[in-house]
Design a protein around this ligand. Structure first.
Ligand code: F6P
Length: 324
């Protein structure tokens, strides 16, 4: 079947670089004379029939913008039989031969379900700051989020060292410690807690105590959200119960997700967006397009969220050695 019309959506949490990916998909599709429809607010836009045609102009000047021009959502309606049936009607009504979906694990789950139930041809792109999708070394948005968090950590370091104060800084990542680990290494943190490794509060206290005795001027502990020991406030309180040390907590939150995408994210998004359309032309569907060892790879939707991308535990060790 010749593909003539495609739909594109962004779903789940927005991630910097999503716009660069939209632009790459649209421009590559137009290059091959395909018509492109932007679906607004993720799968919800398919349920509601909220689509607009995208031309060259609609994606001009967006490569440098954070968020997503299409809007995004976590649609509950699409998860219902009725909602998905309505979405299929919209796909048929607009004559969409294939879809490109950009998002995280929830987006890939949605794609898998839609494909399985109705045979819709879908190709996925990894767009999430969490970097927790199997089938790509990096997801679109991760690099920017790490850089955003890093800027904050550097600034907090000024206060931490001026006042010789202990800081607990919480970063995003949902159930994954990729952001935490990268920020800790690049920010020269003294300790990092990630969901993938068991957190021992006594060990943390021991390390911080040694640092203080050694005369370290500042101590920064990066806490990944989703750590089984609790959030940054809980962990700080547990430490304080034993270690008589003044501390402050900073939860970086949504500043990590916003702002202009880094060069790495724009490059990755442009490459993957282009590859998504090339995949469609080759008749490759049911997969997420990713980059592994600098090569484009296709991973079946189901594997992207059932297989676990491994954290590099070596980095964990390096952080400890470098902060001795
Ligand atoms: O998945 C991206 C992410 O920013 C996570 O790091 C975080 O846990 C979550 O989204 C926050 O979700 P929401 O935007 O619904 O508050």
């Amino acid at each position: 079947m010749v593909i003539k019309r495609i739909g594109i959506l962004t779903s789940g949490g927005d991630a910097p670089g999503m716009n660069a990916a939209i632009r790459a998909v649209v421009r590559t599709a137009l290059h091959y004379r395909l018509k492109v429809f932007g679906i607004r607010y993720g799968y919800q836009g398919l349920v509601d029939g909220d689509l607009i045609e995208l031309d060259r102009g609609t994606v001009a000047n967006i490569i440098q913008r954070g968020g997503t021009i299409l809007g995004t959502a976590r649609s509950q309606a699409f998860e219902t039989r009725k909602g998905m049936a309505r979405a299929k009607k919209i796909v048929d009504c607009f004559g969409l031969d294939a879809l490109v979906v950009i998002g995280g694990d929830g987006t890939m789950r949605g794609a898998q379900a839609f494909m399985k139930r109705y045979g819709v041809k879908i190709i996925g792109l990894p767009g999430t700051i969490d970097n927790d999708l199997y089938g790509t070394d990096f997801t679109i948005g991760f690099d920017t989020a790490v850089n955003n968090a890093l800027d904050a950590v550097d600034q907090i370091r000024d206060t931490a060292s001026s006042l010789e104060r202990l800081f607990f800084i919480e970063v995003m990542g949902r159930k994954a410690g990729f952001i935490g680990l990268a920020v800790a290494l690049a920010g020269g943190a003294e300790e990092v807690l990630i969901p993938e490794t068991k957190t021992s509060i006594p060990e943390l206290i021991k390390k911080l105590n040694e640092n203080i005795k050694k005369g370290k001027k500042s101590n920064i502990v990066i806490v990944s959200e989703g750590d089984e020991a609790g959030n940054a406030f809980t962990i700080a309180r547990k430490v304080r119960q034993v270690l008589n040390e003044d501390y402050r907590v900073a939860v970086l939150g949504y500043i990590q997700r916003g702002g202009k995408p880094s060069a790495n994210d724009r490059i990755l998004a442009s490459k993957l967006g282009n590859a998504a359309v090339e995949a469609i032309r080759k008749g490759i569907f049911g997969c997420m397009v990713g980059e592994v060892d600098r090569k484009i790879v296709y991973t079946p939707f189901k594997q992207t969220y059932t297989k676990r991308k491994k954290i590099n535990k070596g980095i964990y060790r390096i952080i400890r050695i470098l902060s001795e």
